[in-house]
Design a protein around this ligand. Structure first.
Ligand SMILES: [Mn+2]
Length: 373
């Protein structure tokens, strides 16, 4: 098992690579989608997604408003091979390896999720991205097959010592406006118009969209030497914004694996999200999926409560015994990368970095104790 750190797009620089190395990480998971891109002016007034403050730090995980996190990327500009190779080289120059890219840009693949008019084009986009990852020597593409995306979470002083962290204070089923996909705005003119809302899909439609997607892209992934790794739905409720969710109970991950038995069909295994689910035992879940050798990489964070009322905690402080999770992964010979996922912000000049350094140190000690005689 190897220790990694996830970095948002604006944090992909030498200083943060060195920070990761200093904190004991050997691998990086990179986000290329910019979740923090502001929308242009002329927006209607919107409320925050739920009660709570906005970003206390520009490095913190995004929360957004009813109009999502912000503006999606350029639909006509896919990540180039040159930029993927440059990123891998920059990371390697700092003594680290680039293990995965996390998340497609909704501007590039949103109509696969919506089954919209540009679906065929968006399918070609995904295939192109997978081929480029393979050429650039990046082994995993993490993704989240979700119409509404990561939405409806709140921020509060939920963690130990009143540290700011993320949670949920009830369901969030406000309908999605047209122009919003995966909690980002793909049509920048939509917010200034009265646009109407996106009709709810059914669970069956959503699973059928995933089936078609996997059947069409997994052969390309396999040929490119890239594994696609699916994150469960965060937060894991049966619906968010009136749209169905795919993996909102632990057993639904098995359905994803059974849809297509390609070795490139893998999981971005988020222990925190799995622990927020109302069914299942987290240790049995970790054992069940790691035993099948289906984990691409692992998100490790801790949590208190279950949807729709839960709070993210420090890694040693929630309801999950993270050291026990590590022991199960080790016993099942998981050789991939674990990253801290989110961490509460700590009171100091560098709230995000301190929170991550704390989580990395805890995980590093956990890994070392597994190797002790
Ligand atoms: Mn996660």
């Amino acid at each position: 098992m190897k220790l990694g750190l996830g970095l948002y797009r604006h944090m992909l620089n030498r200083e943060n690579f060195q920070f990761a190395r200093q904190a004991g990480a050997t691998h990086i998971v990179a986000h290329l989608v910019d979740y923090f891109r502001p929308m242009s002016s002329g927006l209607p007034a919107v409320g925050l997604a739920k009660a709570g403050a906005g970003h206390s730090s520009t490095d913190d995980q995004p929360l957004g408003t009813d109009w999502g996190w912000g503006l999606a990327g350029d639909p006509d500009q896919l990540w180039t091979l040159a930029e993927l190779v440059a990123l891998r080289r920059d990371i390697e120059a700092a003594g680290l390896k680039l293990e995965a890219i996390e998340n497609f840009d909704p501007a590039h693949w949103g109509d696969i999720l919506l089954d919209g008019p540009k679906r065929a084009l968006h399918l070609e986009n995904v295939k192109t991205i997978l081929r480029r990852l393979g050429e650039a020597g990046i082994p995993i593409m993490g993704y989240n097959f979700s119409i509404a995306g990561v939405a409806g979470r709140t921020k509060g002083n939920y963690a130990r010592g009143q540290a700011p962290s993320v949670g949920m204070e009830g369901p969030y089923d406000l309908p999605m406006p047209n122009g919003l996909v995966w909690n980002m705005v793909t049509d920048p003119t939509a917010p200034s118009r009265a646009t109407g809302t996106i009709p709810s899909a059914t669970q069956e439609q959503l699973w059928s969209r995933l089936q078609r997607f996997l059947d069409e892209v997994l052969p390309v992934a396999e040929k490119s030497g890239v594994r696609l790794a699916l994150h469960p739905d965060d937060p894991p409720l049966p619906t968010i914004r009136g749209q169905p969710r795919l993996v909102y109970q632990p057993s639904l991950y098995q359905k994803v694996i059974d849809l297509n038995r390609s070795p490139a069909n893998a999981l971005e295994f988020c222990v925190g999200t799995l622990a927020e689910m109302t069914e299942g035992d987290i240790y049995e879940t970790v054992d069940h999926y790691s035993r099948q050798q289906r984990l691409g990489y692992v998100h490790l964070r801790n949590v208190r409560g279950k949807v729709p009322h839960y709070q993210e905690t420090f890694i040693d402080d929630g309801e999950v015994d993270v050291l026990r999770v590590l022991a199960i992964l080790h016993r099942n010979q998981f050789e991939g990368v674990i990253i801290p996922d989110h961490a509460p912000q700590m009171s100091c000049a560098a709230p995000w970095h301190a929170g991550m350094a704390y989580a990395l140190g805890y995980l590093k000690a956990g890994l070392q104790s597994l190797r002790a005689p």
